[in-house]
Ligand binder design. Structure first.
Ligand code: GDG
Length: 735
């Protein structure tokens, strides 16, 4: 049997109206886009309905999930629309976060996960839509590992500088990377997402995918489109044509500029009015000839920000009309209402210009629809904000920066003067694009990528715990089949700070405790075990902790290696002659930061420079450390170095001095000409350990200490679990 597809969006395409007792079409861009999709295979559309509704009322293919009113309010109006919507559209002043609405958001996401887990068959695909369900991948993965999960974001993904203001920034990104495929309208959104993963989670990826052992998450750009024939054909229908004749007869203008937007602060209707005002002011020949018809569809009418936006718009309309109206001409026609589909088509076809002035907009379907609805012989033109995703997809439209009022007004006036030939030249290629690439193509290309995605090897299993759903699959430790695959000697690559020893405020206090020391002394003697400490610390410190033990040490992230059998240090990283080219600027920048951040200091290493802030006021220093990383990244752009933010430290290191490079070196030396007779087992808590995990991949066992996102296949919850875990693994042969 073919697998089915489960679509998930907050709203179903139809809603039951308790007043009229009838179904009506849902509004909004997302539902419009998805409704235009024609799929061959079996699909179910899942969405929320009121808690007291009878789910059986809904027809085949629709799967309503009833949500109780108070919970829905907090999830939808609260977190989704008072936090995520403004934040993802760069309107930080409108964000109103609190933990109560976050809990409600998580609860609704969990409910959907449970419902999907209940109805999905093994191997089904789930396509999640939009910012209402950021946490759904996380909850769904806990219940079902066999499903393919795709996520598409209909709104912009903001710059990482804005994203990182979100109090739950880690949680949302960690959830999204549980998907198999994450899609956006535009490359800039994807770039911001990848940068945020880097900045917030400390995981590196390229623009195509994030690879970890547990899962590869693919990324992609899939600009949404429309049901093109619905508009091209619809606009020629007799009822629409009749309506156009009416409009022509009654209009008090020669040229009509049209605006169709939900009344939302992101749509920049205020800017549009200012631009139109500027055009009338500076080009008197437009007066009495050109009118702007703005349809402002009511949206979230009770919310203070929306009331404020509406008031501003209505004041501007009043101001312009007061100034430029005559007894027979009104420059701005303003409708605070929606119109029916036929009326919309007639207006699209009748207006000579569509003006979209969004401050931010994921895509903006109105621009696409307008183009599809034009008469090819006498088409209108689109003036489009460069801050709408559509700007990346519609060639031959007039782009404006709506914040630049006078320049936008110039461009608006210029398109009014285009000849029919010029308008046709602009229109034809864009229509061709929309005929070739419609909503169905959009959906099919996403679904195809999702289906082609190969299922991952192992989930990041929490070891040593019986409380999570995932742990049910593992028996308090490494799964049997993994332990059975151990070959020869077990080589433990052990990070020091945060793994063997707890993190302390002062680095010198982070010493091995007695129990750990005794255990290490016992294990070093075992034939079947090799212990290697892999740390960012310098050789002197490591010697002070492990001297006299038969334990090898990779210091300074593997730049220098101490072989306990030989009793000598080897330098693995080449000390490049041009080292000063990057150490000098790095130190200079760090010096500026040390000056500003009390208690911070610079450590010079043989193969790098580190800026420590363990003893500094933590919030301030954390903030400064992020800034420092950015400054260093820019200044050392083309240098052979890597820049890393670890726990309370920022380091610049020569590229070869990395734990990943050390793992590769170790393997090269030990694999030479013979069959592999050892198994690598790596444990670490820090971002520097991620390089070690990435280098090992599935060629060994990787264990992250802590709950942050990771490339490792397994995790222990905290440092205190490390010793008991090693004890079971080494002494009893079972973990
Ligand atoms: C979100 C993103 C992204 C509008 N007024 C009337 C009416 N509409 C229809 C339009 C269009 C839809 O509503 C609006 O879609 P947009 O894309 O312009 O905007 P959002 O609702 O904010 O949608 C957006 C979209 O999701 C899809 O990914 O493009 O950026 O914000 O289809 O035709 N329809 C009728 N009467 C109206 O008065 N019948």
């Amino acid at each position: 049997m073919k697998n089915k597809l489960i679509l998930v969006s907050n709203r179903l395409p139809v809603q039951f109206d308790p007043k009229t007792k009838k179904f009506r079409k849902s509004d909004g861009g997302l539902v419009q886009a998805l409704s235009g999709v024609k799929l061959d295979g079996a699909a179910v559309w899942m969405g929320s309905v009121a808690g007291d509704e009878d789910p059986k009322r809904y027809g085949k293919g629709l799967h309503p999930v009833p949500i109780e009113e108070e919970l829905y309010e907090k999830y939808y109006s609260g977190l989704a629309n008072d936090v995520l919507w403004p934040l993802f559209h760069y309107e930080l002043d409108y964000v109103r976060f609190d933990w109560d609405i976050w809990d409600a958001y998580c609860a609704v996401n969990r409910l959907f996960a449970e419902e999907i887990a209940r109805v999905a068959a093994a191997g089904d695909s789930v396509w999640i839509h939009d910012y209402h369900f950021f946490m759904l991948p996380h909850y769904l993965r806990e219940l079902r590992d066999d499903l393919k999960i795709g996520f598409f974001l209909h709104i912009p993904f903001p710059s990482s500088e804005v994203y990182r203001t979100l109090p739950v920034r880690e949680k949302i990104l960690s959830s999204l990377i549980e998907c198999d495929l994450v899609g956006f309208h535009d490359y800039s959104y994807l770039r911001h997402f990848v940068q945020s993963i880097h900045q917030v989670l400390g995981l590196d990826s390229d623009m195509l995918k994030l690879e970890r052992i547990s899962r590869t998450t693919e990324f992609g750009v899939f600009p949404v489109s429309i049901d093109t024939p619905k508009f091209t054909k619809g606009a020629t229908k007799p009822a629409v044509q009749q309506r156009m004749r009416d409009l022509k007869k009654h209009g008090d203008y020669e040229i009509l500029i049209l605006g169709v937007d939900r009344l939302d602060y992101i749509k920049g209707i205020d800017l549009k009015l200012r631009i139109f005002h500027d055009a009338l002011e500076r080009f008197p020949e437009l007066r009495n000839r050109v009118a702007l018809l703005q349809i402002a569809v009511p949206s979230r009418t009770e919310v203070p920000e929306y009331i404020k936006t509406r008031n501003e718009i209505e004041q501007l309309v009043g101001m312009i009309n007061g100034k430029f109206s005559t007894a027979t001409y009104t420059p701005v026609k303003y409708l605070f209402n929606s119109v029916n589909f036929e009326e919309l088509l007639a207006l699209y076809r009748h207006a000579q210009v569509l003006f979209v002035s969004s401050k931010r907009d994921g895509m903006n379907l109105v621009a696409l629809e307008y183009i599809a609805a034009q008469d090819q012989r006498n088409p209108g033109v689109v003036v489009l904000s460069e801050f709408a995703g559509a700007a990346s997809n519609l060639s031959h439209v007039t782009l404006v920066n709506p914040w630049n009022i006078s320049e936008s007004a110039d461009r608006l006036a210029a398109v009014l003067a285009l000849s029919a030939g010029e308008r046709r030249e602009r229109h034809a290629p864009v229509l061709k694009y929309l005929n070739k690439y419609d909503a169905t193509n959009w959906a099919v290309s996403f679904i195809k990528r999702l289906s082609a995605h190969s299922v991952e090897v192992l989930p990041t299993t929490v070891l040593n715990s019986e409380t999570t759903a995932k742990a049910r699959k593992s028996t308090r430790g490494l799964p049997e089949e993994v332990r059975a695959s151990f070959a020869g000697k077990r080589v433990f690559l052990l990070d020091y700070d945060g793994t063997l020893a707890p993190i302390e405020d002062k680095p010198e206090l982070a010493v091995l405790n007695r129990a750990t020391r005794e255990k290490l002394r016992a294990w070093q003697k075992r034939e079947d075990v090799e212990l290697i400490v892999v740390s960012g610390r310098d050789p002197q410190f490591l010697l002070s902790q492990f001297d006299g033990m038969q334990i090898s040490m990779a210091a300074e992230h593997g730049a220098r290696f101490y072989d306990h059998r030989r009793g000598t240090w080897t330098t693995l990283a080449r000390d490049g002659a041009k080292k000063r080219e990057w150490t000098d600027p790095a130190r200079q920048i760090m010096k500026d930061y040390s000056f500003r951040v009390p208690g911070s200091f610079i450590e010079r290493k043989n193969f790098g420079v580190a800026w420590h802030f363990r003893n500094s006021p933590s919030n301030f220093a954390e903030y400064q450390s992020r800034r420092l990383v950015e400054d260093l990244e820019w200044s050392l752009l083309r240098m052979p170095v890597s820049i890393l933010r670890g726990k309370k430290v920022v380091e610049v290191r020569m590229l070869e001095a990395s734990k990943g490079a050390f793992v590769n070196w170790y393997r090269t030396v030990h694999d030479l000409g013979k069959k592999r007779d050892y198994t690598l087992i790596a444990l670490g808590d820090d971002r520097t350990d991620e390089e070690m995990f990435e280098a090992i991949r599935s060629d060994g066992i990787t264990i992250k200490v802590g709950m942050e996102a990771t490339h490792a296949a397994y995790r222990l919850r905290e440092q205190a679990e490390v010793l008991p875990f090693l004890e079971r693994l080494i002494e009893n042969g079972s973990a």
